[in-house]
Design a binder for this molecule. Structure first.
Ligand SMILES: [Zn+2]
Length: 135
């Protein structure tokens, strides 16, 4: 069974056919369920939690499987760098190539680091696009 339902009480993964948890014996919820999709392909294991919808979970399962088989799958968790990581690579480059690198460093230390340093790059960009101010 590649799609499981997670028991909210003991956090074990159950067959979607079960109505009660095989581990703790409590009833599995009818609504607000959390499904866990597990796809294993050539020794690679990909899993994803999907809220509420079994049909969505099955679609996601099929998509992950198709991407793994075609080689298009990439792990989105590994894809996202934090701004701290980007900055650590940017600063040495700036020191060599930009006269104004000190200004960049001051801006980074005073304005951005504390607020955005640990956020993922993608989230930070989205935050900026959504109109959040940088000051
Ligand atoms: Zn349970």
């Amino acid at each position: 069974m590649p799609v499981y339902i997670r028991c909210p009480h003991c956090k074990t993964d159950q067959s979607v056919k079960n109505t009660t948890c095989r581990n703790c014996g409590r009833p599995l919820p009818r609504q607000g369920r959390i499904y866990k999709v597990v796809v294993v392909y050539q020794g690679r294991r990909v899993q994803k939690m999907v809220p509420d919808s079994l049909s969505l979970a099955k679609r996601i399962e099929a998509k992950i499987k198709a991407e793994l088989v075609s080689g298009d799958f990439f792990d989105r968790r590994k894809q996202s760098h934090t701004l701290n990581e980007v900055w650590a690579r940017y600063l040495p480059w700036a020191k060599e190539n930009k006269k104004s690198w000190r200004t960049d460093e001051i801006r980074w230390n005073y304005l951005l680091k504390g607020r955005f340093g640990k956020k993922s790059l993608i989230k930070s960009v989205l935050l900026k696009l959504s109109g959040s101010s940088w000051s």
